[in-house]
Design a protein around this ligand. Structure first.
Ligand SMILES: [Zn+2]
Ligand SMILES: [Zn+2]
Ligand SMILES: [Zn+2]
Length: 753
């Protein structure tokens, strides 16, 4: 059998099923899957095979079962045999799973021997990927190898009728890891006292570094504005929202609106951060998510987090739990590194001695319109879950994009898309990227025979790819960014049909084949290739990144191109002083440090700045996010873009926006109309393509599709117009999907040559 069949209670399940049906023989893990040999009556054997799939344990996923006949070998009973590695074979590794209801019950049961033990787990829950050093998944290959089992734990581990049979991280207060609390280099408390000290400090408004499952969090009382502001100051992160954690669903419901599908997502095994509509009565400090009406909340997914958040009068009911790092650096996960890097950020440390082998951030998701999760960051709980590909591929490494990087290793029918690595802008993140690739190669036994990367000449991920391809003499496939978006969305939807698809690849940035910055792209094609059918008109990006941080510069560049006077009454014009405007004007005229862009993300930035929504962007996408937050959901009006040949010209939209602004239209109305205009554009271009080439499917990929207002209007409108809409399902629409798209494009470019 192949699939997710190790570390999920599969062998005890097989053992019990065999006993139940009076079958003899054995089961064993191999690094290629699970092997079972059975002797018994034909009817019992058939029943076994049927129940194998129907009754498999909750975390298991069976991809393949091969059945062969064998002669009776005279087994007296059914046994579980020791693991046997097979060189070269591979097996999907289970992701870390949130604490299960049984462990949770035992955690709070005073008669249980693991009462209040922060590392309780079983075959149905607990750490997996973050503690696995190598395969097969057995205790000596995990970071639990240093903890010898006590007699009681050993008995559970050896008993196939026990929930902890072969649960590799099994532990108890007597033999397993434990907590301690440190501050100012002093060890102040141990175990339960450490936990209580951490809680007292949090209650007091202090900021703590807390070692969790895949790394450290910085935590503080989310209802305490001073603590939240102090955390923001120390993290040097001005406006980006902080994630929150609450003890249970009822508490989350006090702070946010929670639909049924959002509740399902919150309470799932993956327990991601879920973006929820904030209730006006929530006590979360305004500094948690400035300019937004959503909060990102998650439930405690480890026993440690449950104990930390245990309700008590006077104790905060929501805590900030944000990745412990300085802005842009990867999350800290090793004790020494955390002590050094987090000392200026945290007042104290809640630590434990179970090492984290692989750092993994929390995943972020939203419930989509059809109730399925729509991932914004694919990490803990999801990675490194193997994605099945629509076709088998040769061993490939794809190195992904620059921002929100993930890499992807693929072989046969499987793609191992990495957890979220982060923005590859500094040495720390690059190191985590390189170590990640090595780890995945070893775990999944992938020896790349070709490498795929982004076309961008300067991306660190692309440089890594080029260097490796040269050193190892491997073919290198450079993939255009927006083509990768289209291919990723197709692969995510198991797309195998030969007909071309309309790729609405809308994002902030991506290197184009003409050396400009693309991002408002309407492509027609598939894995093999694409035609750039429409794109936004090229606009200078004055000062490059400077125009991203000061969206008013982008707005003024657009106005100049549209032939609109820079009237200082217009909010975007007024946002820049006269001197800044003079410099900007000559920059635009002389095209000094003003690369051309067709970016849809920057179009949203310009719209936000134009009507005075956001003057300074302190994180990627902030102007668009604030514009979306303001958009009036009742408003249905829109403006037309001008389409000439392959160029989409926004000039008429700017003109209409300004006319209405001058006549006193409210900002929420204008914000909504701008969104609606993009929806109208989407329908128009798709209809043109359908007339030209009969395409009936549209793939929505790129960071712009994280915009809920846009998505929830565009999708029904496309469907109403008769289009088959392809949305990301297992991968995020943002650049976290790029590596998967690169794998697919590379597979098709080489295999057809
Ligand atoms: Zn459990
Ligand atoms: Zn024990
Ligand atoms: Zn992108």
């Amino acid at each position: 059998m192949r699939g997710i069949v190790q570390g999920v209670g599969f062998r005890p399940f097989v053992f019990n099923l065999a006993e139940q049906l009076s079958l003899t023989g054995w089961v064993k893990n191999t690094s290629g899957g699970v092997e079972i040999e059975l002797n018994g009556a034909a009817a019992a054997l058939d029943a076994f095979v049927a129940k194998l799939r129907a009754e498999a344990p909750p975390l298991a996923r069976i991809d393949e079962v091969q059945v062969e006949a064998t002669s009776p070998n005279g087994y007296a009973k059914f046994e579980i045999h020791a693991s046997q590695p097979q060189p070269g074979a591979f097996l999907p590794v289970p992701a870390d799973m949130a604490i299960c209801p049984d462990c949770r019950r035992e955690l709070f049961d005073p008669t249980d021997r693991r009462f209040r033990y922060p590392f309780i787990n079983c075959t149905n829950c607990g750490p997996r990927f973050t503690i696995i050093r190598d395969l097969p998944y057995d205790r000596p290959n995990t970071t639990m190898s240093g903890f010898a089992l006590c007699a009681d734990c050993q008995a559970e581990y050896d008993n196939p009728r026990d929930r902890r049979f072969h649960a590799q991280p099994v532990a108890c207060p007597r033999c397993g890891p434990h907590l301690w609390f440190e501050a100012g280099g002093q060890r102040l408390a141990e175990k339960e006292d450490a936990l209580q000290m951490a809680r007292a400090w949090l209650k007091d408004g202090k900021i703590l570094a807390i070692k969790g499952l895949g790394g450290f969090h910085l935590a503080c009382d989310a209802s305490n504005p001073a603590a939240v502001e102090e955390l923001r100051r120390r993290k040097k992160r001005s406006d980006k929202p902080f994630a929150l954690m609450a003890f249970d669903l009822e508490t989350i419901q006090r702070h946010c609106e929670v639909t049924e599908s959002e509740a399902d997502l919150l309470t799932s095994n993956q327990a991601p951060i879920v973006l929820l509509e904030r209730r006006p009565t929530s006590t979360a400090a305004p500094g948690i998510a400035p300019g937004q009406h959503t909060l990102g909340l998650m439930l405690p997914y480890t026993p440690l987090h449950l104990l930390l958040l245990e309700p008590e009068p006077g104790f905060p009911d929501i805590l900030v739990m944000t990745s412990a790092n300085l802005s842009e650096e990867p999350i800290a996960y090793e004790d020494e590194d955390a002590r050094a890097r987090l000392a200026p950020l945290a007042d104290g440390f809640l630590l434990h001695n179970r090492p984290i082998h692989m750092r993994v951030d929390d995943s972020v998701a939203r419930a989509s319109m059809d109730g399925r999760p729509y991932l914004l960051r694919r990490a803990r709980g999801f990675a490194p879950g193997a994605l099945t590909l629509p076709n088998a591929v040769r061993p490939t490494l794809a190195t992904g994009a620059e921002l929100k990087n993930t890499f992807c290793l693929a072989r046969e029918q499987y793609a191992f898309l990495s957890h979220h690595i982060g923005d590859l802008e500094n040495y720390e993140t690059l190191r985590s990227f390189e170590e990640g690739i090595e780890h995945y190669q070893r775990l999944f036994r992938v020896r790349p025979e070709r490498i795929a990367c982004d076309l961008h000449p300067d991306y660190l991920a692309s440089r890594y790819a080029r260097q490796r391809a040269e050193e190892e003499n491997l073919p290198l496939v450079e993939v255009q960014h927006h083509h990768a978006h289209l291919a990723a969305c197709l692969a995510d939807n198991d797309w195998t049909a030969p007909e071309p698809v309309i790729g609405l690849s809308f994002d902030g940035t991506g290197y184009g084949t003409d050396g400009t910055i693309w991002g408002g792209e309407v492509l027609v094609g598939g894995y093999q290739g694409y035609q750039r059918r429409f794109h936004l008109a090229y606009t200078p990006l004055p000062g490059g990144d400077q125009a991203v941080r000061r969206p008013a510069r982008m707005a003024l560049a657009h106005l100049r191109l549209a032939g609109v006077e820079w009237d200082p009454e217009i909010p975007a014009v007024g946002a820049l002083c006269a001197e800044e405007r003079t410099v900007l004007a000559s920059q635009l005229q002389l095209r000094l440090n003003a690369p051309l862009t067709a970016s849809m993300g920057r179009l949203f930035d310009a719209a936000a700045a134009l009507i005075g929504v956001c003057e300074r962007a302190t994180y990627e996408g902030q102007p668009a996010i604030e514009l979306e937050a303001l958009a009036d959901p009742q408003e249905m009006g829109s403006y037309p873009f001008q389409i000439e040949g392959e160029i989409i010209n926004p000039a008429p939209v700017w003109q209409a926006l300004l006319d209405e602004w001058h006549s006193g239209a409210a900002v929420p109305t204008l914000a909504a109309r701008f969104h609606n205009s993009v929806v109208r554009l989407v329908i128009e271009v798709c209809e043109i393509v359908r007339r030209e080439s009969g395409c009936r499917s549209a793939a929505l990929s790129g960071g712009v599709w994280q915009n809920r207002f846009l998505l929830e209007r565009a999708v029904p409108a496309l469907r109403a117009a008769g289009f088959n809409v392809l949305l990301h399902r297992r991968t995020p629409p943002n650049d976290g999907c790029i590596a998967l798209g690169q794998v697919m494009v590379a597979a098709h470019s080489i295999e057809t040559n």
